[in-house]
Design a protein around this ligand. Structure first.
Ligand SMILES: Cc1cc2nc3c(=O)[nH]c(=O)nc-3n(C[C@H](O)[C@H](O)[C@H](O)COP(=O)(O)OP(=O)(O)OC[C@H]3O[C@@H](n4cnc5c(N)ncnc54)[C@H](O)[C@@H]3O)c2cc1C
Length: 369
């Protein structure tokens, strides 16, 4: 890559956020190169794909970020689908959050955005729901994308068609700096050789592994285990978002069941009997008859987490190195807004008040105080 080129950008990490940003820049006529250690470990292939701004009970600036991103997603997905020819499975199917008592429901942070469901209505929305649940909130504005089977591939294809250069197996080992400005990276490539790649600017999007590339980043992995079951198609139409488990029904009857939240698992790979048992208990507590439906797949992955559970989006301490990481449980939801903000920041386009606010609230600087 020509290091003098104004319109070129190097993306470190080809997961969900890296691909989303690569696509945004490529569509805006940038020359884009993506270095990706291992595409299959990306949490982008792991996530349930919920767009759960309200069902997650997000608050303050995270709620605003989710709401802004949800506004952008239909158009963003339309472009990705047009360019890739792949349907991404975007559905505004609504998400139901069940409660055992009315007090918990009234204290839910996004209570005012939901539609109240009494026990009868809850049973009509989710046929077969465990009768222990007495109330519910329906967030009709929330939905899902089929990230695992569709969105990730669609982004890869759309990027390729926009001439994004990929180096799969490119493990960035070191940032090359001159006078505190990034000028390149040292990469261990797929054939085991160390290679130097120059750049005029770079964006670090290494998800849960980000701290390994830039040690100042307060990012750590939070492991999540998942499984899928095959139900009758259209048996449940809305996502059911319980306190410890959620069920995400795809159109063909496949139901994604997630997820454990393991803060101390570090980067330990694999499903565990305890993890799978927790998910099964979760199915039983939400939709008892689904416990008999055939299990299809088990998998796991690592959410990129920060101490305040909020992402880091914007500038780093190093000139021309930008950060887009730490999206924790909501990277699918936040991908559209993150890529838009990073593009505008680097292009020095006019940022609107919301975007300026997000850059301030999600800046790396907040960890220096
Ligand atoms: C179990 C689970 C369920 C989830 N469910 C949802 C959900 O329903 N809705 C939602 O919005 N979000 C969800 N998420 C969160 C979402 O998946 C993440 O926030 C998002 O994928 C983060 O994207 P990322 O690109 O930062 O990281 P990733 O997608 O993990 O990608 C990081 C990439 O960087 C690469 N990399 C790492 N180190 C290097 C290096 N040194 N050099 C080059 N490349 C490197 C990795 O190989 C990887 O491919 C879930 C996550 C998990 C784990």
């Amino acid at each position: 890559m020509n290091s003098d080129s104004k319109n070129s950008v190097l993306i470190i990490g080809g997961g969900l956020i890296g691909l989303s940003i690569a696509y945004e820049f490529a569509r805006n006529k940038f020359k884009v190169e993506v270095l990706s250690k291992n595409r299959s470990e990306s949490a982008g292939f792991v996530a349930a794909g919920m767009l759960a701004t309200h069902a997650e009970g997000l608050e303050d600036e995270l709620l605003e970020l989710g709401q802004e991103s949800q506004k952008l997603i239909p158009e963003w997905i339309k472009n990705i689908e047009k360019d890739s020819g792949i349907n991404c499975g975007l559905k505004k199917c609504g998400i139901v959050v069940p409660f055992r008592n009315i007090e918990d429901l009234k204290h839910f942070p996004t209570y005012k955005f939901g539609k109240y469901l009494n026990k009868k209505c809850l049973g009509q929305e989710i046929i077969g729901i465990n009768t222990n649940w007495k109330h519910g909130l329906l967030f009709e504005q929330d939905g899902q994308i089929d990230n695992r089977r569709r969105l990730m591939r669609a982004l890869e294809r759309a990027c390729s068609l926009h001439d994004v250069k990929f180096q799969e197996g490119g493990d960035v080992k070191e940032l090359l700096l001159e006078k505190n400005k990034i000028v390149g990276v040292k990469v261990l490539n797929a054939t085991g050789e160390i290679q130097e790649i120059t750049c005029s600017k770079a964006i670090l999007c290494c998800g849960a592994w980000s701290k390994k590339v830039l040690k100042d980043l307060p990012i750590f992995p939070v492991k999540g285990q998942m499984l899928s079951i095959q139900g009758p198609s259209n048996f449940i139409k809305r996502v059911l978002f319980g306190p410890h488990t959620y069920l995400v029904p795809r159109e063909d009857g496949l139901i994604i069941v997630g997820a454990t939240v393991e803060n101390n698992a570090e980067f330990n790979k694999g499903n565990t009997p305890k993890g799978i048992q927790k998910l099964q208990e979760g199915i039983q507590s939400l939709l008892p008859e689904a416990i008999n439906w055939p299990q299809m797949e088990h998998w796991w992955g690592f959410r990129p987490c920060t101490p305040d559970l909020k992402p880091i989006i914007g500038k780093s301490n190093i000139k021309n190195l930008y950060l887009a990481t730490g999206h924790y449980r909501n990277g699918v939801l936040f991908s559209a807004i993150t890529s838009k903000i990073i593009l505008k920041l680097i292009k020095e386009s006019n940022l609107n008040n919301n975007e300026i606010n997000f850059l301030e609230k999600f800046s790396f600087d907040r960890f220096k105080k």
